[in-house]
Design a protein around this ligand. Structure first.
Ligand code: HMG
Ligand code: MG
Length: 285
């Protein structure tokens, strides 16, 4: 019997945020529109963070204004604070995501505050998100390893995930930010997290630095996770996680899941077109 797996497409945000070369807004819009042909229900298209921290994401409002919105697709944005949330709402994001870390070192380097301070920063955003009827997603970074602090304790991931879930996030996405996780460390982490957040409200967000992301997805399926973040052509990385590479490639996840008998609702042909365009944006011509 097949069961459904949702892939949350990350390439316009996690994929492009790390790109050193300037990418034209029109090309970002074209990428999102090509992704709209693939069958995704969720695409993360922008990030309303400080342009001093991540210059590549400075044109998020123009991207959201320029895309052709497909019925049934939720166009999501990252929002680190109230200012980012206001901008995302003004730009017409369909859902927003707050992001925290399970390790103090990455929290400081990525959002310039402690884990506790980040959670305090999110608190005033919650009523605004609710009043606008926006679905809220949340990320926890460094769920197995941190580029600054080394291995992360599963209990620490569970603690942050539970707090974000209690804030009203419909889903907590678990980020192996530097792709250092293995099926064993992912398994240990999920044992702790699934005790405090239902598996149906968890997503795996695995970067593929060491080519273990597909194995980590398989390990996560065994815990009942049915949503995974991925990026066409494996685009991306985080500018504040020096060792990170892109999210696992969406096309590879689809190939593996379809082989295992899962249904993703995604078109391989449309994915291949979107991946080729994504590659053309980032590879030397
Ligand atoms: P800060 O410097 O501590 O904050 O940065 P601040 O409030 O002092 O603001 C500094 C300047 O930024 C000010 O401007 C603010 O107005 C401005 P100035 O007065 O100097 O001219 N500012 C903003 N501008 C636009 N939009 C905003 C905004 N907020 C402040 N929303 C802050 C704190 C959180 C803003 C900063 O650290 C930041 O933007 N960090 C984001 C870093 C980032 O985007 N990282 C990548 C995304 S996370 C990720 O990739 C991981 C994930 O994929 C999961 C995984 O893989 O693990 C999600
Ligand atoms: Mg990421």
């Amino acid at each position: 019997m097949t069961s459904n797996v949702t892939l949350f497409e990350m390439s316009p945000r996690d994929g492009l945020q790390n790109e050193a070369r300037a990418i034209a807004t029109a090309d970002k819009i074209k990428l999102v529109n090509l992704l709209g042909d693939c069958g995704f229900s969720k695409i993360e298209v922008a990030s309303f963070v400080s342009p001093k921290w991540v210059p590549q994401m400075a044109d998020g409002a123009a991207v959201l204004a320029g895309i052709t919105r497909r019925a049934g697709v939720s166009y999501a944005a990252l929002t680190p604070n109230m200012r980012g949330l206001d901008a995302a709402i003004a730009a017409g994001a369909d859902e927003v995501a707050i992001f925290a870390s399970a390790s103090e070192g990455f929290s400081q380097h990525n959002i310039n505050c402690s884990i506790a301070q980040s959670l305090e920063r999110f608190a005033p955003m919650l009523p605004v998100i609710r009043n606008h009827g926006l679905p809220l997603r949340a990320y926890v970074s460094c769920v197995t390893d941190c580029p600054y602090d080394g291995p992360t304790a599963p209990s620490q991931v569970a603690d942050v995930a539970a707090k974000l879930y209690a804030m009203g996030a419909y889903e907590v996405s678990l980020g192996d930010t530097i792709g250092a996780g293995s099926p064993d460390s992912i398994d240990a982490m999920l044992r702790a997290v699934c005790d405090v957040v239902p598996a149906a409200a968890l997503a795996g967000h695995y970067h593929d630095t060491h080519a273990r992301a597909l194995d980590n997805i398989r390990a996560s399926l065994e815990h009942g996770l049915r949503t995974f973040d991925a990026s066409v052509a494996g685009l991306g990385g985080c500018p504040y996680a020096p060792e990170s590479k892109g999210n696992v490639a969406t096309e590879d996840v689809v190939e593996m899941l379809h082989g295992l008998g899962y249904d993703t609702g995604l078109s391989r042909a449309a994915l291949s077109t979107a991946a080729a365009f994504a590659r053309s944006l980032t590879e030397p011509s």
